[in-house]
Ligand binder design. Sequence first.
Ligand code: ZN
Length: 445
Amino acid sequence: MAKQVVTRTYTASIRNQQQVSDDLDSLGFAASKLWNIGRWTISRVWDEIDYIPEHDELTAYLKSHERYDDLHSQSSQRVLQELAEAFNGWYGKRRNGDTRANPPGYRKHGDDHPRSTVTFKAAGFKLDTQYDRVRLSKGSNLKEHWSDFILCEYQTRPDVDLSTIESVQQVRAVWTDEEWELHFVCKVEIEVSESPGEKTVGVDLGINNFAALAYEDGHAELYPLNCLKQDDYYFSKRIARCDDADSKQATRLHQTKSARRTHYFHTLSKHIVERCVDEGVGTVVVGDLSGIREDEENGESKNWGKHGNLDLHSWAFDRFTDLLEYKAEMEDIVVEQVSERDTSKSCSCCGRKRDANRVERGLYVCDNCGAVANADVNGAENIRQKVSPSLATDGVDETQNVSSAHQNLNRSEDGDRSNGWLAQPSTFLFDKETGVFAPQEQVTS
Ligand SMILES: [Zn+2]
């Protein structure tokens, strides 16, 4: 076994939620307000001199703003940094010719502010692993005479022990739509296997198939959300039948629903990593879903969020990606995130991109080469090709990889990758009887 230092994010629940939630709410709202002030400032500078300020310029400019002192200075700085990153991301998309990309929006729902994530860096938190407590600093505006910090009692998963961890670098307070939770960002030394595979697999995360996998050798797998959908429907109905939305019974149902969801994500990520080990995969390529977050900030979550009875938020995908990374690392499998740009619009066989409606009953049909593929698998294959083009010639530089792969594929007309495999992925279902994922034909439900 070899040793490797990696960054890990551990999620923890807050045991004294009731005592701290008002204070965390204030910080979360303050972060949204500061975001909006930054957003407005950027608009003004942009209108005046046609220039988008960088985060350090933004920080220098807003440091004396009253709202800057609502949070610890490092936390405020991080909000403006996120804003600048979001602008850079959008600007990059525009530069690449994506004219429909929207700039990051204001964080507002009518007159209300959403609870933004608040990040605490080294000077902003104090961790007491003996008593499982962490002190989170407030900004000077929100300090009261008797308390200038929030004392959270946390509970990590049983297999995580923060006292054994070399360094906790950041703490984030994250609102999950139900309650606040803490994310500890840590540097950890892990043991990794020394014989990782060399193949790649592309993963497309979505709301019909939670995951579609396209392997390098051409086979594909689908993981539909059947079980979560049924679960959500069942629990939503029971919650709706509760007399009082804040009652003990309703709270318990919410907790059960959320625990079952977490279990599903754990089981699925574990299953995918096991499949990767079996298939000799060394690199998992996942679409970066930050574009979805931007849409949500604009208040229009498009096709995401509510989907039928399923209410999946982008943090669920983030969390799943974290879990996948965590489990992959132990097998020395790398998880790479790439932009999802054009991955649903392009044909993974010939590379032809089109803006027209991409799918017909879940199939991607290419007018150019005639390939027919499951739309999610086509997306996954495009994602995979961003890192490892099939049949690529050696020494092509990364920016050319995708197009040269397509040329190569175009040349090999023997049909080994077109039609067939992309259209007929094998489907794995979550089997409630056994609690594991199994091929569709083996699941009785
Ligand atoms: Zn094509």
